[in-house]
Design a protein around this ligand. Sequence first.
Ligand SMILES: [Zn+2]
Length: 345
Amino acid sequence: MTANGAPLPTSQKGYRLHREEFPVRPPADGEALIEIEACGVGSTVLNLLGGDGWDGTTGLPRVPGHELVGRVIETGSSADRELIGRHVTAYFYLYCGRCEACSAGLEDRCRRLAGLVGVEIDGGYAQFATLPTRNLVTIPDGIDPVAATVVPDAVATPVHICRTRARVNPFDRVAIIGAGGGVGIHLVQVARLFGAAVAGLDVSDEKLAAIEEHGAVAVRSGDFSGVDGRIWALGGPTVVVDFIGTADSFAWALGAVEPGGRVIAMTSFPSVRGDVEQRHLVENELTILGSRYATFREVQLAVELVASGRVQPVIGLTTPPSGVPEIHRRLRSGQVVGRAAIRWT
Ligand SMILES: [Zn+2]
């Protein structure tokens, strides 16, 4: 029985690799059962489905989707019952909560990471998901669930970049390579909130229009050799965030960034390398940084930015569950501005 007396759901429809019916996993101690209202879809999901970050077939079949938003309908332990009825989203990493990094509030660096939501545990491409309560981040009632799907990754990741890694400030000029995508278009907004002037590089007219609409200089970047790094009258960027992560985009970032600047690498594809002349780093006092997801606190801060309207969710495509193949097709061909989302309810 759930808290309001309704019988516990025992079966559900959703996507694992195709749509099918499969059992609901009842919550164990320390877990909660969530009725999914919406789930964001971005290139991370496609990469994970393609096998990036997946060690073969362990645990398959698996329900993908980490950008889930829903309502807690049951908990495994009575100690967690205050969560029932709350709207939640999920912290992406299955962090341990006890290691040195977690104790310091750096859950993104957890030393005993048990995996990712939607990879090592079923995610939001289904009507229900069973997740550790420690992963749940509550969101205020009244936020549209589809809008809230940007919180746990598309907004939280930019908060981590600006707040913790690049330490963006009002004297910065931030250039974002791949600024029209799901994380990029929200980084445009978050970097502006941190006070920076922002430029967004991308390739399609639609994405360049969205970049401009959110207050950044739009720069067409189909061929990096033709992109002038001096984007502003004052000069080039002091921070470059590279979501594309090709040898060309990385070389452009290192060449365009001003002396003393920071280049933030964001690709999670294996074996991607970039060529760096070490003397160029020395003579220009450049810093190359990696930025990995966000801390739990930063996901909470992302909730505040969206709930207060200071960050506007950019969701270029929303579909019912039957539209999942179409979402994947359009994401793969780069046709979606911002994030895509599945609406379950
Ligand atoms: Zn840990």
